[in-house]
Design a binder for this molecule. Sequence first.
Ligand code: GAR
Length: 205
Amino acid sequence: MLNLGILISGRGSNMEAILKSIKRKKIPINPSIVISNNPNAKGLKIAQKFGIKTEVVESKGFSGSRAEYDKKIISILTKNGVTQKNGLVCLAGFMRIISPEFVRKYKNRIINIHPALLPSFPGLDAQKQAVESGTKYSGCTVHFVDSGVDTGPIILQKIVKVLDADTEETLAKRILQKEHQAYPEAVRLFAENKIKIINGKTKII
Ligand code: GAR
């Protein structure tokens, strides 16, 4: 079976949605390790409740380069069986840009969730960007990670209507509900080997 590594920075609700789905035997993948760059991430306690091993590689005050930081992450992933051959890495609210070295090493094996319909509103504060733009629809996107910011091949998206009365917070809340459906679904598709990448686009088979 594939081994899963999840990288978080905070609340960990997407991680929790994935772990719940795995527990219910909906996804054929082994949750090996959860890694946080933030020692106070609430998600660490949630992972422990699920009986998943956790590690912290604190990024605050880390004096080395991005590649050096990622080397530590890669070493933990590898030790826990999340390899280039037999692993999947999920970024679940991991608020760091990962190095080209990390992306290369786990080519097409790192996926991310973003709270907008990419390619609209990449980067930080996606829900705020959506509300301020006046767009009528936003949502979430699960995509493969490439060397750009929020630019890799899109696996799946879910749509959320933006209401006139929406604030950043109310929109984020409704998008998050869709994220909790989308991320486990995308991990399942990957684990069942149903995603092909052709010319930079995915095809679900
Ligand atoms: C989620 O809304 C996720 O889409 C977003 O951070 C939140 C993490 O929540 N990620 C990004 O904005 C990445 N660019 P969670 O820790 O409860 O899963």
